[in-house]
Design a protein. Structure first.
Length: 231
């Protein structure tokens, strides 16, 4: 059964596409600005001494090139730097506006999920997009775990009994579950206690993380079903 593309989840996906595109464009503009500074005339490089990205952008956005002498590389570079800096500032405003819209929409759509530790707007949006509006097409939490690439696969050999995660599935959803697990390992006392117990039993850190991601996928699946009114 294909995903439903007529509900709020599709709206969240569309907004995320726009936000991701803006972030990529902003990063590209920042890199181009720094590259341009490396090859800028020495006189201009000496004038721009800011080191942090924010300060550098503000400094370049305030440059005043002489357009009557634009054939001079000095002024051409100033003009290009100002253009790139203003592009970064405009994209930052665009990203901030999209974040506000997404935060409100995701919070209204998945109140149970975003109430859980380490699950913010970005992670919730990605997991919601992966599951789809008609999450009932995923017949169990095990199917959802496999869709996210966190289902365990036996790789036993001889007397060695162990599991690993399969390397398929939605890698963005997998990354979201990974970051949730890492955050909980640092700040969630029950998760910390669980990890210490499993390490004492002989599991490796990778195995513990694998188990945590699988557990979080189960939790997310049931929270999404609750939020989408399917329980």
């Amino acid at each position: 059964m294909p995903k439903t593309t007529t509900g709020v989840v599709e709206s969240i996906r569309i907004l995320r596409v726009s936000r991701d595109s803006a972030i990529r464009s902003r990063t590209r503009a920042q890199l181009q600005l720094r590259d341009l500074l490396i090859t800028a005339p020495a006189e201009l490089r000496e004038q721009i001494t800011e080191r942090t990205t924010a300060a550098l952008i503000e400094r370049c956005a305030g440059l005043r090139p002489d357009r009557d002498n634009i054939e001079d590389p000095f002024h051409a570079t100033k003009y290009a730097l100002r253009t790139l800096a203003k592009r970064v500032l405009d994209l930052t405003v665009e990203i901030r506006d999209l974040d506000v819209v997404l935060q409100d929409l995701v919070a209204r759509t998945t109140p149970t999920l975003v109430s859980k530790l380490a699950i913010g707007t970005g992670h919730a949006a990605q997991l919601l997009i992966t599951a789809g509006q008609n999450i009932d097409r995923l017949h169990s939490e095990a199917v959802f775990a496999r869709l996210c690439g966190v289902a365990p696969i036996p790789v036993s050999s001889g007397k060695t009994q162990r599991m690993r995660l399969h390397r398929g599935g939605d890698r963005q959803a997998n990354a979201a579950l990974h970051m949730i697990a890492v955050c909980r390992l640092r700040y969630h006392e029950p998760t910390i206690a669980y990890a210490q117990r499993r390490l004492a039993e002989g599991l490796s850190k990778k195995d513990v993380l694998r188990c945590l991601k699988r557990f979080i996928a189960r939790e997310v699946y049931h929270d999404l079903k609750t939020d989408l009114g399917l329980t």
